[in-house]
Write a protein that binds this ligand. Sequence first.
Ligand code: MOS
Length: 770
Amino acid sequence: MTDLIPELRTPVAPEGTGRVRSGMPVSRVDGRAKVTGSAQYAAEYQAPDLCYGVVVSGTVAKGRIKQIDTSAALAAPGVIEVITHENRPKMRSNDLAWKDMTAPSGSPFRPLFSDQVFYSGQPIALVIGETFEAARHAAALVTATYDVEQHDTNMLDNLDKAYKPRPLKAGFTPPSSKGDAEKAYDAAPVKIESEFYHGVEHHNPMEMFASTVVYGEKGHLTIYDKNQSSQNCRWYVSHAFGLSKDKVTVRNPYVGGAFGSGLRPQYQLPLAVMAALHLKRSVRVVLTRQQMFSFGHRPETWQVVKLAAGEDGKLQAIWHEAIHETSRLEDYVEVVVNWSGQMYACDHIKLGYKVVGQDRYSPIDMRAPGAAHGVHALEVAMDEMAYKLKMDPLEFRLKNYAEVNPLDDKPYSTKELRQCYQLGAERFGWKDRPLEPRSMRDGDELIGWGMATGMWDSLVMVARVSAVLHADGRLVVSSAASDIGTGTYTAMSIIAAESLGLPLERVTFQLGDSTLPLAPIEGGSSHVATVGSGVHGACEKLKTSLLKLAQSQKDSIFKGAKLKDVEFNDGTLHLRGQPGNGVQLAGLLREAGKDRIEEKFLMTPQMLKQRKYVRAVHSAVFCEVRVNEKLGMVRVTRVVDAVAAGRIINAKTAASQIVGGVVWGISQALHEETFTDHRLGRFMNHNYAEYHVAVNADIHDIEVIFADEDDRVVSKQLGAKGVGEIGIVGTAAAVANAIFHATGKRLRSTPITPDKILLGDREVPLAERS
Ligand code: MOS
């Protein structure tokens, strides 16, 4: 008598957690499962007769496979089969069949489809063995020869070949302009022009991409897969292989980080499915850490920002153009420049955005795609302009505060950015900051204080949610949502528990299975406002049904009562303010002869209302750096991030999301870049040893403050926006600006490595260093 899918091992809050309210700090309901290992990830599911696939990666960047020799691999002990483009099972050929729900325009990559090679590291074979070790050994025995074609991976050499991407994907609008920015720029008394460069970055989640395909009765496939939407991957597998919907179930109940890399299915999924269909057997494929660098990434990006202002410090022109790489296959878009038309009051705004085709895999969304680089450039340029005007950087931003959206004069649904500036500045102690660079020192270290504004979109999508109250008093709420470590389980459980007045441990929120009610991808910081609003809606409907049920009882004390006249409290329903005067919900069901009562809710955004507003989250990031000028080492010793993101559902996990974003912003500023050897067209530092990410020793004090905000346009039910991405936006700019304040050196490319601190950006010519 349960609606729970046992294999998902859905977590529940520990006994004794009790009543919670939204806005409180609540520990993760999945915390115990994760730290004790009972939470299972895609590569951990067992199946009888499971075999193991290991991917062989190609070694050239462009061309055709002339010959692939699998004989040694096939002869190795324990090897079952080697699948290549020559003997792969049937799969669909048209582009549409391979488009997942978040695919950009173009032709999606299809592994082992043909002899054609699009990028270095492309999978060219899958070796399947009785054991992982057998498959791994044999994978090293596969050899290939190629007809090599000339590749090109050097974006900076090809900026003149940039083009406007083909129609943009849903949710992304092409940049627009206002006034005459060129004329205003030429005429203005104070102006700056700055060039920015950001190298490729990779997501590097802890969990490797993995798929365990369980080959069931009548060929049904149950697939445990790492992704940000089980339903997206179910759809993809069905379409690519021509399998009906009920033949495929995809599950992702626990995901060890994704940051956007799981918004699209990665190639281990179709490879594992291919093998399972070919062998009629259960198969697991796990990518290696090196192979984690062989699919989507944050694109290499080049930008120019021109700002013009009057002597009074008012902006007169904002002109921002960006170019980033994409693959030859698809036009990946992340519209780097759009936030520059939404952040500061200005009459003349010009935005431009293009992409360059390269012999690489298509880039993919990575936490705050577009804004992480675009807002970085704008906010460093804003700092430069403040210094040109001899104004405090915060005062300069307040002087140009946008009360309405600059591009189209639309109001913001809510915008408590002013509150963020105030709270953040106060907490940080910004008023004591000397304006002059190089004015604070402690021994060998120069100290600098920098700040930046952050902005990210408030997206809401469509979701269905089911809420079931069982006669044993348990509430089970379900939707095919995902929790990529962001706290979805907990936030949804809080919303449901608060709505029905139940202790948290009486509520189970079930996600991570494609057969559950429709949910969108977990992306764009939209899950709380979308699925959370759906949870609220379903629970409110359930309350109405329970009241009706109570009213149908003989001599009911609830006759004529409306929802506002009653309270749901610890599993009872009673008249408002009269806790003793009520009924047990479980008893209500039993008496009515029901073992469960279910309500479903379809959450849709208030489109007509939303269209009238610009909807976004905002932040103000303040940071302190200490720079050892002799060694070029930077330590980010203090960060205060004040965030306005609507009503906060779980103060603890929301703050964790912001801290995680800030850590990544520091990492973006100081450490992260994937280098290409253009002679080979290949990423060179494809491992944790040489691709540096911030580690504990790099991170010091990070404080998160949430401004008071309640947005009923974004989310009528909850007033919530989303916190998944805003933490990274602006952080790297605040670090770069603090480094300028410490050293007087303006560095416009990331990561700001010690060589740049010592020699400056210009000593490391852009065109040579990528
Ligand atoms: Mo996020 S880059 O939308 O997973």
